[in-house]
Design a protein around this ligand. Structure first.
Ligand code: PLP
Length: 416
């Protein structure tokens, strides 16, 4: 195998326009939240807002990460101590930790077989159990239940890897049980459902991440979107210390009022203009970046589809292709997933695993008395997943090298 240079797992796509935008803000005399953030919000809304068909207008609100966006979303939905929030175990820790910030209790839901997404059937079964007054998880062999019990208030489906969840089923179940739906769209800009609506705009709120490895980056950052004016108002207030009005211009506008009032114990979750300027350029390039990711993913699909020991990631036409989670058919391989990863890394190709199921993490395991086997599909997905590099500036030769490395290892370790 040729080894000209390392191929990192991820690399942001930053060009001269991003550099110029950041420089413009650096030279402007105003670095933190202000006009750029407001413009980014307006442009983001314009991007996602299709024909509304009678729906209320969409509000977009910049924040300093998707984690803080999820926290604000739950807070705005009134989640508090003892409230239950249902989340997939198969996600990054942010999706669950924000529930604990508010002293809510996390209820993990298993993955639908053969996917990386929350299983609507498992969601409904959990809600039905809670409604009957039982605890969240059935004990093995039908001998009662364990874990949190109480009133479920919200569900956070995760559009894992950029592929939208089964939102119709999730919304139907959520409405039936009176749950708020907060879409974790951290991976899903821009992802579309089959009817053309954008992931993140379907539930009560959607939260996008602009972390350095994401499909649109501001280094760190996020956007919360909602059509609910009250929710948007609360988030605007709480992302900025609970201060009752926008005061960013009090230092730049010599006539701006210095006076403000604090009406709630809020947070400091605002996005600086320096980062919003970067986001605006990346947003304008969203189509170009998506096309390139789709081309790379399609090349991987074509190269791996006949390799019996590998299964392609589930995908669909509206997939933003943020991740490429290849799956190993371990039954016909003489190498473990971890061994496979070591061999890829030894060939100087960066890989990752998305995700280690949260119910297997010490904190959640101990808090809720969970064992790995309690959410078997999530563990099954985890045990065979390897995320391959997928970033727009990858050269064709780099894509081919990743393919060669992966196929060679798979062929050398076919046990059947
Ligand atoms: C599914 C998911 N949700 C939320 C987040 C949190 O995003 P951020 O890093 O912007 O807080 C991540 C980050 O990787 C994620 O993968």
């Amino acid at each position: 195998m040729s080894r000209d240079k390392n191929i990192p797992f991820a690399r942001p796509c930053i060009g001269p326009e991003e550099e110029a935008a950041v420089l413009r803000v650096l030279r402007s005399g105003w670095l933190t939240t202000g006009r750029e953030a407001l413009a980014f919000e307006a442009e983001f809304t314009r991007f996602l807002e299709g024909p509304r068909g009678g729906l209320p207008p969409l509000h977009s609100l910049t924040v300093n990460s998707a984690t803080s966006g999820l926290h604000l979303a739950l807070e705005a939905c009134g989640i508090g101590a003892g409230d239950l929030v249902l989340v997939p175990s198969y996600t990054f820790v942010s999706t669950a930790e924000v529930v604990r910030y508010l002293q809510g209790e996390v209820v993990f839901v298993d993955t639908a077989p053969g996917t990386f997404h929350i299983d609507p059937k498992a969601l409904e079964a959990t809600l039905a159990r809670l409604r009957r007054g039982e605890a969240a998880y059935p004990k093995p062999h039908g001998s009662g239940s364990f874990g949190p019990r109480g009133t479920p208030k919200a569900v956070i489906p995760v559009h894992y890897g950029g592929l939208p969840c089964a939102m119709d089923a999730i919304i139907t179940i959520a409405r039936q049980y009176g749950l708020k739906v907060i879409e974790d769209a951290a991976h899903a800009f821009p992802s579309q459902l089959s009817n053309g609506t954008w992931a993140g705009t379907i539930g009560d709120l959607g939260v996008f991440s602009f972390y350095a490895t994401k499909t649109l980056t501001t280094a760190e950052g996020g956007m919360v979107v909602s059509r609910d004016q009250e929710i948007a108002r609360r988030i605007r207030l709480m992302r900025s210390h609970g201060i009752d009005r926008s005061v960013w211009n009090r230092y730049t506008d010599t006539r701006a009022s210095w006076y403000y009032e604090v009406v709630a114990a809020g947070y400091k979750y605002n996005m600086p203009d320096l980062l919003a300027a970067l986001g605006r350029v990346q947003l304008a390039r969203a189509g170009e970046l998506l096309d390139r990711r789709k081309k790379i993913a399609a090349r991987y699909d074509a190269a791996f589809q006949d390799e019996g020991s590998l299964s392609l990631p589930p995908t669909g036409p509206g997939d933003a292709r943020h991740l490429y989670p290849l799956r190993l058919n371990l039954e016909i391989l003489s190498i473990s997933r971890d061994g496979f990863i070591e061999k890829i890394q030894a060939a100087d190709v960066g890989v990752s695993v998305h995700f280690i199921p949260l119910h297997s993490m010490p904190y959640y395991r101990e808090r809720y008395g969970l064992t790995e086997g309690d959410l078997p599909e999530s563990m099954r997905s985890f045990q065979r997943a390897i995320s391959l590099p997928l970033w727009p500036m990858m050269q064709d030769s780099e894509v081919e090298r990743v393919i060669e490395v992966v196929k060679t290892i798979a062929q050398e370790h076919r046990s059947a």
